[in-house]
Design a protein. Structure first.
Length: 67
C-alpha cells in the first residue's frame, strides 16, 4: 500500500481553519440568540438594500417591475 506523505504545517493549518469555519457557519443557533439578524437580512443591510424606495419609485411611475 502506497502512503502519501504527511501534510506540511501550512497545509495542516489551512485544513484546520477550513474545518473551524465550516463548524462556525453550520453550528445550530443558540437558545438566547432570538434577537439576532438572519443571514439574508445581514446581506441586505451590508448591500444597502431596501424595499421601501423601490416600491415608492414604482408607485410614482418609475421603473416597471420585472416579473
Amino acid at each position: 500500500m502506497d502512503r502519501s506523505p504527511p501534510a506540511a504545517a501550512d497545509e495542516a493549518a489551512a485544513i484546520a481553519a477550513a474545518v473551524q469555519r465550516f463548524q462556525a457557519e453550520t453550528a445550530p443557533v443558540e437558545e438566547g440568540a432570538g434577537n439576532s439578524v438572519s443571514p439574508w437580512q445581514r446581506a441586505a443591510l451590508a448591500e444597502g438594500v431596501g424595499a421601501k424606495g423601490v416600491v415608492q419609485k414604482h408607485l410614482e411611475g418609475g421603473d416597471r417591475w420585472q416579473s
